[in-house]
Design a protein around this ligand. Structure first.
Ligand code: MEZ
Length: 528
C-alpha cells in the first residue's frame, strides 16, 4: 500500500489516542520486556574477546574483531617525530575541542588531530539538547538520581557525581563563549524534559543543539590558533618501555604517509562505534564513528568496561530510504508526539527510558503491529502533526526546523504526515575505563567522551552525552596540561604493539581485520 494511504490510521485515531490510558510497567515487567526484545540480549550477537585486558568478556562480534584486530603500523617503523608537543588530542568533536581548549588555556602546547575535518563528529549532529540542572526546582542530586535510575544503577558513581556537579559551570562557560541556548520570554534559559528525567533539564538550540555548540567551539579552537591536523587519523599509540603513553602514529589520509607525534600526554576523543553497524543495525552516527579509540587504548593495555551494552535510539528513520537510521530527535516525544502502531494505538509511555521504548517498538513490529514499507522495512509511526494540532501551527518549524528541512528534502511534510521510525544504533554505553580526571590505567593516556565508559551505566539518558563531552573533555585537558608541566618526553617505542602481536599469536587469532578501521567498511577507495 502507498505510504500516504497508511498515514490515515494515524490521522483517524488521534481522538481515541488522546483518551487512551498508557500501559504502566512494573520494574519486573520492564525487565522482562528488555530481556525479550532489546538487541543487547540477543545471545547469538555476542562472543568473548579472545585476549587482552578484557579477555573472556562478552561483547558484540563486530567490536570483538576490532579489539583483536592488527595494527596497520609495522613494528620496525622509524619513530623520528614529525611533531613534538605537550598534549596530543585525537578527535575534533565536542570532547576533543573542549580538551584542546582547556589544555591550551593551561599553557600546554597542543596538537589537535582529526581524521576528517574539525567538528566532523557525532557532537555536531546532536539534536535534542544537553542536560544540566540549572532550573530553580532542579539540582545536581536530582540529575544524579535520574541518571542512575536510567542506567539501571550500573553507573560509575564518581564519574556521574563529577558530571552532574560540574554541569552548571559548563553551561556558564558555553554561554560566555557565545552559545545561543533557547530562552523563555522572560530571558531565562528554556529547559525541556527528556525521557527518564523527573525535571525539565534539557538546554536546547531548537533541534540544532550540537551544531550550535560546535559552531562556537570550532571557532574558539581556530581563534586560539591551536595547532590542527585534519585528515590525519590516529592509527597507533606510542609507549616507552614502562608502558607510559608517549605519543601516536597518525596517517595522512591524503597521501597515506605515517606521521609520528611525540607527546607527553595523549587524549583520545574519537567518539563511538555506530559505523560498525552492530547486528546489522543502521545508525544515527557520523561517518567517522568506527571505534578507533577503543582499539588504540586496548592495544596499550587499557581495560574497557560495559562493552556488552549499546543504545538503540527508539526513533531512527525508516522511510524514505535516504533517511534510514537517521536520528528523529527524542525532542518530538518530549513535546508530546505519540508513537502509534498499525492499529492506531499507543503502546508505551513515549518518555520512558530509551531501552524500554526501543524494546516496545521492536515488540510491536515482531508481533505484527508494525508498518511495512515497499522496500520491506518495518517501523511504527511518530505522530508529528499532533504537535501542530495541539500546540498550534508553526510549532514544528519553531522547535524542529532541522527535522522539517531534513524530511522536506525528500518530499515529506512532517507538519501534515507522521514519520515512520524504528530503533537505530546510536551510542555505546561502555568504553575505556577512566577515573574522574579522564585518565585510563595507562599513564598519560586520557580518554574523554563516548570513547570512555562507565558513566552512563547500561542506558544513557537523553542529553547526558553532550554534558559528558564537555565535563570530561575539560578535565582531561586540565589534568594532562598540569601533568606535562613537570613531565619529560618519554622514549618513543612500539613495545606494547610487539606484546599485543605476541599475545594474538599465542591465542591463535587469525583475524585479517586491521584496526582502527578509520572509515566504515563500505567506504569507496580510489580503486573501487
Ligand atoms: O542525547 C541524545 O542522544 C539526544 C539528545 C538525542 C535526541 O534524540 O535528540
Amino acid at each position: 500500500m502507498d505510504i500516504h494511504a497508511l498515514h490515515q490510521v494515524v490521522h483517524n485515531s488521534r481522538d481515541s489516542r488522546r483518551a487512551q490510558a498508557l500501559p504502566k510497567l512494573s520494574p519486573a515487567e520492564r525487565d522482562t520486556l528488555i530481556k525479550k526484545y532489546h538487541p543487547d540480549h540477543r545471545e547469538a550477537a555476542y562472543r568473548p574477546v579472545a585476549f587482552g585486558p578484557n579477555a573472556g568478556d562478552l561483547t558484540v562480534r563486530e567490536l570483538a574483531s576490532v579489539l583483536e584486530g592488527d595494527s596497520p603500523v609495522p613494528t620496525e617503523l622509524t619513530l623520528t617525530p614529525d611533531y613534538t608537543v605537550d598534549v596530543l588530542v585525537v578527535g575534533g568533536g565536542g570532547a576533543g575541542c573542549a580538551a584542546a581548549l582547556h589544555a591550551h588555556a593551561e599553557g600546554a602546547k597542543v596538537l589537535l588531530a582529526t581524521k576528517l575535518r574539525l567538528a566532523d563528529s557525532n557532537s555536531v549532529m546532536a539534536q535534542g539538547g544537553m542536560q544540566i540542572a540549572v532550573a530553580p526546582n532542579d539540582s545536581p542530586v536530582q540529575h544524579f538520581l535520574d541518571t542512575l535510575k536510567g542506567g539501571h544503577m550500573k553507573n560509575d558513581h564518581d564519574l556521574l557525581k563529577t558530571m552532574v556537579e560540574e554541569g552548571p559551570s559548563i553551561a556558564k562557560w558555553l554561554l560566555e563563549l557565545g552559545v545561543l541556548f533557547d530562552r523563555d520570554p522572560d530571558g531565562n534559559l528554556h529547559v525541556k524534559k527528556g525521557g527518564g528525567s523527573t525535571k525539565e533539564r534539557l538546554l536546547t538550540c531548537s533541534d540544532y543543539t550540537g551544531l550550535e555548540i560546535m559552531r562556537v567551539l570550532k571557532d574558539e579552537v581556530l581563534n586560539q590558533k591551536i595547532q590542527l591536523l585534519e585528515f590525519a587519523a590516529a592509527i597507533e599509540l606510542l609507549s616507552d618501555e614502562q608502558g607510559t603513553c608517549t605519543g601516536a602514529v597518525l596517517q595522512d589520509l591524503d597521501n597515506k604517509r605515517f606521521v609520528v607525534v611525540a607527546a607527553k600526554a595523549v587524549i583520545l576523543a574519537t567518539g563511538g562505534i555506530g559505523r560498525l553497524h552492530i547486528q546489522g543495525f543502521p545508525t544515527s552516527n557520523h561517518y567517522g564513528a568506527t571505534g578507533d579509540g577503543l582499539a588504540l587504548a586496548y592495544r596499550m593495555g587499557a581495560p574497557l568496561v560495559q562493552i556488552d551494552t549499546f543504545q538503540y535510539h527508539p526513533s531512527g528513520g525508516v522511510y524514505p530510504e535516504q533517511l534510514v537510521g537517521q536520528l528523529v530527535t527524542e525532542g518530538i516525544r518530549s513535546e508530546g508526539g505519540h508513537l502509534v502502531n498499525s492499529k492506531g494505538e499507543r503502546f508505551v509511555n513515549e518518555l520512558d527510558t530509551r531501552d524500554v521504548v526501543s524494546s516496545s517498538i521492536i515488540r510491536e513490529c515482531e508481533e505484527g503491529r508494525g508498518i511495512r514499507t515497499a522496500t520491506g522495512r518495518v517501523g511504527v509511526w511518530l505522530d508529528t502533526p499532533l504537535l501542530e494540532a495541539e500546540q498550534g501551527e508553526g510549532t514544528l518549524d519553531k522547535h524542529f526546523p532541522a527535522m522539517v528541512r531534513q524530511y522536506e528534502r525528500y518530499g515529506v511534510d512532517i507538519r501534515k504526515d507522521p514519520v515512520l521510525i524504528y530503533p537505530t544504533l546510536h551510542y555505546q554505553n561502555g568504553g575505556v575505563k577512566i577515573d574522574s580526571n579522564s585518565e585510563t590505567s595507562v599513564k598519560n593516556l586520557f580518554v574523554a567522551g563516548e570513547t570512555s565508559g562507565g558513566l552512563h551505566g547500561r542506558n544513557r539518558l537523553m542529553g547526558n552525552s553532550l554534558l559528558d563531552l564537555m565535563v570530561f573533555g575539560k578535565r582531561s585537558g586540565l589534568t594532562a596540561a598540569s601533568r606535562v608541566k613537570t613531565a619529560s618526553q618519554g622514549k618513543l617505542t612500539l613495545t606494547h604493539l610487539q606484546r599485543f602481536r605476541a599475545e594474538s599469536k599465542k591465542h591463535g587469532v587469525t583475524s585479517q581485520v586491521i584496526s582502527p578501521m578509520v572509515l566504515p567498511a563500505y567506504t569507496r577507495t580510489q580503486n573501487t
